[in-house]
Design a binder for this molecule. Structure first.
Ligand code: CTP
Length: 409
């Protein structure tokens, strides 16, 4: 059974050679914290056994709702109306044609008609079948009906031909599924109303002399995305921003700070009003021990800079927290990501930490997307969030904040 916080996905598997990839999609969804139930067409069972999905989900896999072992007499209604997403992967030309024409001659097609959840279809078929005007007409029709698609990839097909039609990579299907659920989540219902979220964003600059400084590549995008998402969910938001190259969102209070020391001062100034603190800034860990009053002149001699540690704003905030303040940190890691991030969470006494492996494409500094893992103090398993826009990733982080708040009450 799904718990209250889990996103519920109905995964429909239809009969194509790519059916085995549905296993990876299922695992990806589960890793991201979703509760998944599987339905299969009869032909899908020629490619993969229902037992595989049953073992992985612990739930009955429905192929034929008329079968005597089906535990639910109105399965197509319960199955379809209690989910946050209906995902069909792989979707054959046949199932697409049936959906487009409202044919409901088996469990999966009846479920499609009975569902009011968003529908995501990941087609997989031979290139000629994909390009056929009948298929293209059906796809057009479904798009007009509001169905979402993960377009197939182009490449070598199982049948040896080249062209579009190959099921998109499981990771992309999972990312599209999560993004769609984020978009459709009823949470637009202001679940952070009453919270005052204080966020640090961007890079600090630690001055060496009047013209030079030490800094990093943070753009401020992740912090600003959190601010925008928190605002949309009803929170009052203050951002303490260092150097940024991204646009700050509207309707949030922006306090500028340049160095780690200034950022610390600004954070403590604002902290009294805050109920949630999120440290998304890339704060320099070290600063020059002495700032030169005038510009350092070039000479032929080697130049040595002595650095000293900066105050750890996040650890200090966590150390003085009161009145149920939730404290969330970030961890940019390159090795043993989850382990290092969990140690950081414990060392700094955080409620949750957002880890990203900055060696992976699309994650970390100065890019539009992020690939994060969420680790919370109160749960064992880290939640892996696949590659998605920083705004969507921000919503996933705030889902966790909202959950932590509920469990604290
Ligand atoms: N942070 C902070 N003040 C600092 C340094 C970091 O508030 N002076 C916050 C960051 O905003 C981020 C988290 O702490 O939320 C990162 O922790 P940190 O220990 O700096 O991580 P790394 O720099 O990645 O640490 P390490 O070099 O030990 O991996």
């Amino acid at each position: 059974m799904a718990n209250e916080q889990q996103k519920r996905v109905a995964l429909g598997v239809s009969g194509g050679i790519a059916a085995y990839k549905a296993v990876e999609i299922l695992r990806g969804l589960q890793k991201a914290g979703c509760f998944v139930r599987v339905a299969m067409t009869l032909r899908a069972c020629e490619f993969i056994q229902p037992l595989t999905f049953r073992a992985l989900t612990g739930e009955h896999v429905i192929v034929d709702d008329y079968a005597p072992d089906n535990p639910d007499p109105i399965a197509h209604i319960t199955f379809s109306q209690t989910v946050d997403l209906l995902l069909i992967a792989p979707a054959t030309a046949n199932i697409i044609a049936k959906f487009a024409n409202g044919i409901a001659d088996d469990f999966l097609t009846s479920t499609y008609l009975a569902s009011n959840a968003p529908v995501l279809v990941a087609p997989a078929m031979n290139t000629t079948m994909w390009n056929h005007p009948a298929t293209q007409r059906n796809l057009e029709r479904l798009r007009a009906d509001g169905v979402h698609f993960v377009e197939p990839d182009a490449g070598e097909m199982a049948c040896g031909t080249f062209g579009p039609g190959r099921l998109s990579e499981p990771e992309r299907v999972v990312a599209a599924a999560l993004a769609l659920m984020t978009e459709h989540a009823p949470r637009a219902a202001q679940d952070l109303a009453g919270e005052h979220v204080l966020i640090t964003a961007g890079a600090t600059r630690e001055e060496i002399d009047p013209v030079r400084f030490l800094s990093n590549r943070s753009s401020g995008r992740m912090g600003f995305a959190l601010a925008e998402a928190a605002r949309a969910r009803g929170a009052t938001v203050t951002v303490v921003a260092g150097a940024t190259s991204a646009q700050a969102p509207a309707n949030v209070r922006l306090v500028l700070a340049t160095s780690a020391e200034e950022m610390r001062a600004a954070v403590f100034q604002e902290l009294g009003a805050a109920t949630v603190f999120i440290a998304a800034a890339a704060v320099a860990d070290y600063r020059p021990a002495k700032r030169a009053e005038s510009k350092i002149k070039k000479s032929d001699a080697p130049l040595t800079l002595t650095l000293e540690p900066t105050p750890d704003i996040l650890a200090e905030v966590s150390g003085v927290r009161q009145n149920g303040l939730l404290v969330i940190g970030f961890a940019a890691e390159t090795t043993n990501v989850v382990e290092h991030a969990r140690q950081k969470l414990l060392r700094k006494g955080l409620d949750a930490i957002v880890a990203n492996d900055i060696t992976r494409a699309g994650a970390g500094f100065d890019v539009e997307t992020n690939l994060i893992t969420l680790i919370t103090r109160d749960t064992e398993a880290p939640v892996e969030v696949p590659l998605m826009s920083k705004l969507e990733a921000a919503h996933r982080i705030l889902d966790e904040v909202a959950r932590l708040r509920r469990t604290r009450r």
